[in-house]
Structure formats: structure tokens, C-alpha cells
Design a protein around this ligand. Structure first.
Ligand code: FAD
Length: 440
């Protein structure tokens, strides 16, 4: 059996490694158009700020590693130009020599990922304007910083990448202004939680412009549609990503309503010999079971593994996700999982909402307040979603809620959770218990 994988970052390499674990004899080949493979995209902001001193530590594996450990052949700088699902062939271009050739597969895995969304802004390709999606983007940002020593920067977009880059530019001694087109910060937070976050950020003296539509990027900064110039010598565009689906679409595979590739619970497309995984696929909400697009490394690794298992006769299945996300901004942590209030409304739920502000542990061990917003279904009592903003311990509470939502816990079950207690970690009644007490 010959397995070909397109794309060699999180999903593609996970798929190939799992296929090899299940099958010693398959021929496994990966084509990757970039130079870098299997890198930690999530670590790139910390390279920019200097916390990760060398880019090599984010790219720990090369093609030689995959050949030696898994007997997988990875061809970098090779772009797949076309998929012919009827003859099971690919047209591949060697980007170094310029030569093109055909290859034949028995099973194909599409893990072409996503690309940074390029908003319609004049001057977006200027030399001081950057995106952050891959290793080369991070190196370009760092090189610009070392060469031009900018003192000011503008970040366009207040999602997790915008915040992570902002922290790292500030760490590098740069004054940063955050510009957001919407009336609230970060897509996963409801408006009330965004306001709470803004109040903390204003105490940290972070400059934010909301409701601000950037129309032009210049050497002096960005121009808004109302004529205001937001000054910045460098500009980072962090306005989300779009799935890379053109290969799949041209081949006749079906896209879902979100515009990403449609797959079933085994990661199979409409063609029984073509599978897909990672940021190029549409997944579905584990709460509503409806399709959504949540391009995250956590999901890319899981769907990649399931893909590799499925094509080698395994029976792993994907059960959807909660779109769980968490990021830090200095000592702040911001996390969310499941449905937001806005999504609960959109999906027609009759729901209860609670907000509680409680410390993560006693003041005498350094406890600090965190706010938990929880949304629960009025009819069933099931928790639908949670958003948390705080400091130490947000990740622990978020992951407890992920587990509770995943297993369909109801609000009346929260109080009796036997969570670990000792003063260095928590209080006798945890913020999670309080959420149950308020909602019940
Ligand atoms: P990609 O990483 O996009 O890889 C796809 C690969 O396919 C690319 O290398 C591309 O060159 C190749 N390819 C595309 N088309 C072709 C073709 N025709 N021929 C050959 N090769 C092709 N996720 C989290 O869960 N938590 C985080 O904290 C987090 N932080 C992040 C921070 C940053 C700055 C970034 C950029 C991302 C972050 N992510 C995070 C998201 C995470 O990195 C992605 O979800 C993950 O990389 C997706 O992996 P993938 O393999 O599906 O796609």
C-alpha cells in the first residue's frame, strides 16, 4: 500500500506516524512545499520576544528524523499542484529544480492546513507589514526587529495570536497599540467578558482601539477608515486564518458550510481513498453537533492521528470538539470552552448564565481573583460553555470544565466534585464549586 500525505506540520506528521505504527509495510511519502516540517507554530511568538532563544528549538525534527524513526520519506520544497481522485495520482512540483512529476497513491491524506487571512488593506505587502503563520514569518519579523530596531508597533486583530505577539513585542521593548475592527476583544469572549478583560488591560496601560477598521498600512502605521493614523513602525496582521482547500476543491471533494473540507468521524472525505485532517477540515461542536471551523494545534494532532489510524484499518473515531482555547498575556490567562452566550442564543438554547469572581487560593498563599462565566441549559441543567479570565490556575479550572461538559455534567453535580484542596493550590470551596452553587 502506498500512502501519500500532503503537508508536514502538525496533522500530516501525526497521521503518517500513526499509519506507520499500525502498518510496518506501507510506503509512506509526505510532500511539503515549505522547508520546515513538524514545527511548533504555537511557540513562534516566544521566539520573536526572545523567550525561545533559537528558532531551531521550535523545529526539532527534520526529514532525516522521520526516515530514521518511522521509515517515512518526507520531500520538502515539493508542492502538490493537482489531485486526480479518479486515477489516484498527484502532480507534484519540485520547487528547487522546477521539475514536475506524477506520483500514485492507494490512500491520500490531505493536511494542507491554513493560511493567514489577508484583509483588503492597501499597502498590506509593504516591507514593514507581517503575518505570523510559519517559521519563515517569525524569522522575517525577528530580522526586521534586529535590523530596524523599531520602537513602536501596531497589531491588527485581538485574537490569541494578536495578544501573544503583543506580549512578546512589549517584552522586546516595543510600544504596541492593538487595533480591533469589532466592538469587543477576542472572538471567543462574550461582550461582558471582553469588557472585564479591557478593564484589566487598561490598568496595565495597554493601548487598544476597538471599532477600528484599518484601510491602509504605511511606513508610519495604519490608517483607519475615519482618517486616524495609528502610529507604528512595524505592523502585525493577526486577523485569523482560512483553510487551504483549493487542491481538495479542484479535485471535486466536498467542502462544508464553513468552507473547510468535509470529513466524517474517521476523517474520510467523500472519496473512500482520500482522507483529510488538521486546519484544512471542518469539525463539529461536541455540544451542538453542528459543523464549525476551529483551527487549533490540539485538534490538528488528534485528527491527524485518527486519519493515520483509519487508513490503516483502525477504528478510532472523532467525537467533535469544544473549541477549547487558552492564551496568556503576561500573568493573565484567558480561556474558553464550549458555547459562548452569543452561540447559545444563536443555537436556540433556553439558558442560565452565572458570573462569579473568586480567588484561586487563599490570599496568604498569593491567591488572586478569577472570573468564571458559565452558561447552562435550563431544560437539562447541562453546562454548555465557560469563559475564564484570571491569573494562576485558570488552566486547571478550564480543563475541569472541559471534562464536565464532555461528559454531560449538570450544574447540580458541581458542588460535590471532590477537587483537590491545599492552601498552595486552592480554597476549600473552589471557584468551580461556586459556579455550581450559583447556577443550581
Ligand atoms: P499547518 O500548520 O498549516 O501545516 C500545513 C502544511 O501544509 C504547511 O506547511 C503547508 O506548507 C503545507 N501545504 C499546503 N499546501 C500544500 C501543497 N499543495 N503541497 C505541499 N504542501 C502543502 N494552536 C493551539 O492549539 N494552541 C496554541 O497555543 C496555538 N498557538 C499558535 C500560535 C501561532 C503563532 C500560530 C501561527 C498557530 C498557533 N496554533 C495554536 C495553531 C496551530 O499551530 C495549528 O492549528 C497547526 O499548526 C495546524 O497544523 P496543520 O498541520 O493542520 O496545518
Amino acid at each position: 500500500m502506498k500512502i501519500i500525505v500532503i503537508g508536514a506540520v502538525a496533522a500530516g506528521t501525526s497521521a503518517a506516524a500513526k499509519a506507520r505504527r499500525n502498518n510496518d509495510y506501507a510506503d509512506i511519502v509526505i510532500y511539503e512545499k515549505d522547508q520546515d516540517i513538524s514545527y511548533s507554530g504555537c511557540g513562534l511568538p516566544y521566539y520573536i520576544g526572545g523567550k525561545v532563544p533559537s528558532i531551531e528549538s521550535l523545529v526539532p525534527r527534520d526529514a532525516g528524523f522521520f526516515k530514521a524513526k518511522y521509515n517515512i520519506d518526507i520531500f520538502t520544497r515539493h508542492e502538490v499542484l493537482k489531485i486526480d481522485i479518479y486515477h489516484k495520482t498527484l502532480l507534484v512540483k519540485n520547487l528547487v529544480t522546477g521539475n514536475t512529476f506524477k506520483d500514485v497513491y492507494d490512500k491520500l491524506i490531505i493536511s494542507t492546513g491554513a493560511h493567514a487571512f489577508v484583509p483588503p488593506i492597501k499597502g498590506i505587502h509593504n516591507a514593514n507589514v507581517f503575518f505570523l503563520r510559519n517559521v519563515q514569518n517569525a524569522v522575517a519579523i525577528k530580522t526586521f526587529m534586529q535590523k530596524h530596531l523599531p520602537k513602536t508597533a501596531v497589531i491588527v486583530g485581538s485574537g490569541f495570536i494578536g495578544f501573544e505577539v503583543m506580549e512578546n513585542l512589549i517584552d522586546a521593548g516595543i510600544k504596541v497599540i492593538l487595533v480591533e475592527r469589532a466592538g469587543k476583544l477576542t472572538p471567543n469572549l462574550d461582550e461582558d467578558m471582553s469588557k472585564y478583560l479591557e478593564s484589566i488591560l487598561s490598568k496595565m496601560e495597554i493601548s487598544i482601539f476597538k471599532n477600528s477598521n484599518v484601510v491602509e498600512a504605511t511606513n508610519q502605521g495604519v490608517l483607519l477608515d475615519n482618517g486616524t493614523l495609528i502610529p507604528g513602525e512595524m505592523i502585525i496582521i493577526a486577523t485569523g486564518v482560512k483553510p487551504n482547500v483549493s487542491l481538495a476543491e479542484d479535485a471535486g471533494l466536498i467542502l462544508g458550510t464553513t468552507g473547510a473540507i468535509k470529513v466524517d468521524e474517521h476523517m474520510m472525505t467523500i472519496d473512500t481513498d482520500v482522507y483529510a485532517c488538521g486546519d484544512c477540515i471542518e469539525t463539529w461542536s461536541a455540544v451542538t453537533k453542528k459543523p464549525h471551523y476551529r483551527p487549533l494545534g490540539s485538534t490538528a494532532n488528534k485528527t491527524g492521528r485518527i486519519c493515520g489510524d483509519s487508513i490503516t484499518g483502525g477504528n478510532m473515531i472523532y467525537t467533535g470538539n469544544l473549541g477549547t482555547g487558552i492564551f496568556k498575556f503576561f500573568d493573565l490567562s484567558i480561556g474558553s470552552t464550549g458555547l459562548s452566550e452569543a452561540e447559545a442564543i444563536k443555537n436556540g438554547y433556553d439558558f442560565l448564565v452565572s458570573h462569579n469572581i473568586k480567588p484561586n487560593k487563599p490570599a496568604y498563599t498569593g491567591g488572586r481573583e478569577m472570573i468564571i462565566k458559565a452558561i447552562a441549559d435550563k431544560d437539562t441543567g447541562k453546562i454548555l460553555g465557560v469563559q475564564i479570565i484570571g491569573y494562576e490556575g485558570v488552566d486547571k479550572r478550564l480543563d475541569v470544565f472541559v471534562t464536565l461538559i464532555t461528559y454531560g455534567a449538570t450544574v447540580d453535580e458541581l458542588f460535590n466534585l471532590d477537587l483537590g484542596y491545599a492552601p498552595p493550590f486552592s480554597n476549600t470551596k473552589d471557584p468551580i464549586h461556586y459556579t455550581g452553587m450559583i447556577l443550581d
